[in-house]
Design a protein around this ligand. Structure first.
Ligand SMILES: Nc1ncnc2c1ncn2[C@@H]1O[C@H](COP(=O)(O)OP(=O)(O)OP(=O)(O)O)[C@@H](O)[C@H]1O
Ligand SMILES: O=c1[nH]cnc2c1ncn2[C@@H]1O[C@H](CO)[C@@H](O)[C@H]1O
Length: 436
């Protein structure tokens, strides 16, 4: 596990240099390692750049992720192939991307539950999936299926927006028997997406997601839900609100999904609403940057030294230097919020924003897993006198998340091909000294 932000050596956890008396508690003196788990509809992204006319002609809707009958998806695929419009075929899936990015950032293990074709030929989608996934993502728990994984035709229009047309193959066949309870219950987080509930009634994916969430809850493992697209949320707003109340610790959404879920167009107000049901929320808002909101115990609050910001909640960032906690772990819970504008104002040119939100979530997961790792390896640390969800303050996590989104935008791919640069000014000494 690398320290979030992973700079020079001194930025790695000092677990090897800890107090020798601790070796009595942890006899072999090896750091205990952690992992995060996720469930996904295993699919590849087949990326092509098209004009809006292409979407209209094929009855696709801009910004949406639509499930298509195989013949319709094939017709689109053939047309793209004939016109030479396909630019890449890469492992995708919102959770697959998040776990891959987590593993690249943290240089640590993640575990993916999903399906994989039991027979793989060179050049097929399954082959592409395996070739373009980090070796730190553990694929040993995938369920073998006698058929194809999903294909997500990712159509990028000149405005940089992405629309998805999905040929689902066997991606929703993951059965609860292929989940590993021990892995889930020992994880630093379980990551799910709203897309998992879109399977057909006879397919087991939704049951698998519920089973995993239940095991995580029993073991006190944070359950993370990313909202997919607004269309999925809009159809069943009340149902999702209840699902979040029952199962979810952290909600990750963009501002459109926030509106669909809460009825609030303002991202800060939407976050505030979500805090009625969940402990922590990440809301990305494209060119407006991102918001994080959570809870902290009154005794643990730390005031910001930045200017106080106006908004639907005046001076909402007053306690942004606090580390978020579960509401149930607070004696007197107070809500805390932060906002950050895009790193360096965003890249000069954005070809496509696909995966920028997933990337922000990967950074937040890294900070959460780092917290767990530190708690297990340096149990007496003052950092863990109260039970926090993250290692860093809300404000620092937002900087990190924002920086990682920027990296996805400049790498033009939802999956990071490399981590962050070794050293940069945005996360400097104060961070490592633990001041904020
Ligand atoms: N046009 C932009 N200009 C500057 N920064 C941007 C822009 N679009 C996205 N970003 C950065 O990327 C982050 C996430 O973007 P966005 O809100 O578009 O994610 P998203 O819609 O959830 O994406 P996806 O669902 O494809 O993962 C933003 O918080 C911001 O830091
Ligand atoms: O139905 C779906 N299930 C799982 N992942 C999906 C679905 N539709 C789109 N994406 C994934 O979302 C990522 C960007 O956030 C894309 O990489 C795409 O693979």
């Amino acid at each position: 596990m690398k320290f979030p932000g992973q700079r020079k050596h001194k930025h790695f956890f000092p677990v090897e240099a800890r107090d020798p008396r601790l070796s009595e508690l942890l006899p072999d003196n090896k750091p205990v390692s952690g992992h995060v788990c996720g469930i996904d509809q295993v699919l590849v992204d087949i990326e092509a750049h098209v004009e809006p006319e292409f979407l209209a002609r094929h009855g696709l809707s801009r910004g949406h992720s639509l499930l298509l009958a195989p013949e319709r998806a094939d017709a689109i695929y053939r047309e793209l192939l004939e016109q030479g419009l396909i630019v890449s075929e890469f492992a995708g899936g919102t959770i697959g991307n998040t776990l891959h990015n987590y593993s690249v950032l943290a240089d640590d293990r993640s575990v993916l539950f999903g399906v994989m074709s039991e027979t793989i030929r060179v050049g097929t989608s399954a082959y592409r999936y395996l070739c373009t996934t980090s070796s730190r993502v553990d694929l040993n728990y995938l369920q073998p299926v006698a058929g194809s994984i999903g294909q997500c035709i990712t159509l990028i229009t000149p405005d940089g927006e992405r629309s998805f047309a999905i040929n689902k193959g066997m991606m929703d066949r993951l059965s609860p028997d292929h989940l590993d309870r021990e892995q889930i219950q020992s994880a630093s987080a379980l990551v799910l997406t709203a897309y998992l509930m879109r399977c057909e009634a006879h397919e087991p994916m939704a049951d698998s997601a519920r089973q995993a969430a239940e095991w995580a809850r029993q073991a006190g493992v944070p359950v993370v839900l990313t909202m997919g697209t607004r269309f999925i949320v809009e159809d069943r707003r009340d149902w999702w609100q209840q699902f979040i109340r029952d199962h979810v610790t952290l909600v990750a959404m963009n501002e459109d999904e926030g509106l669909a879920l809460t009825g609030e167009a303002d991202p800060l107000a939407a976050c505030d609403r979500v805090l009625e049901w969940a402990d922590l929320v990440l809301c990305t808002a494209g060119p407006a940057g991102l918001y994080l909101a959570g809870h902290a115990d009154e005794e643990q609050l730390r005031e910001t030294s930045r200017p106080l910001l106006p908004g639907r909640i005046p001076e909402f960032n007053r306690f942004e230097y606090s580390r978020p906690m579960r509401r149930a772990d607070c004696r007197r819970p107070r809500r805390i919020y932060t906002h950050i504008s895009p790193y360096m104002g965003g890249p000069a040119r954005i070809k496509n924003t696909n995966g920028a939100g997933d990337a922000a979530l990967a950074a937040l997961l890294h900070d959460m897993a780092a917290n767990d790792y530190h708690r297990q390896n340096v149990p007496g640390s003052a950092k863990h006198r109260a039970r926090h969800l993250t290692y860093s303050s809300l404000s620092q996590v937002s900087k990190y998340a924002n920086r990682v989104s920027f990296e996805v935008l400049v790498q033009h791919s939802p999956r990071l091909s490399r981590g962050l640069p070794e050293r940069e000014d945005s996360l400097e000494e104060a961070y490592w000294a633990g001041e904020a």
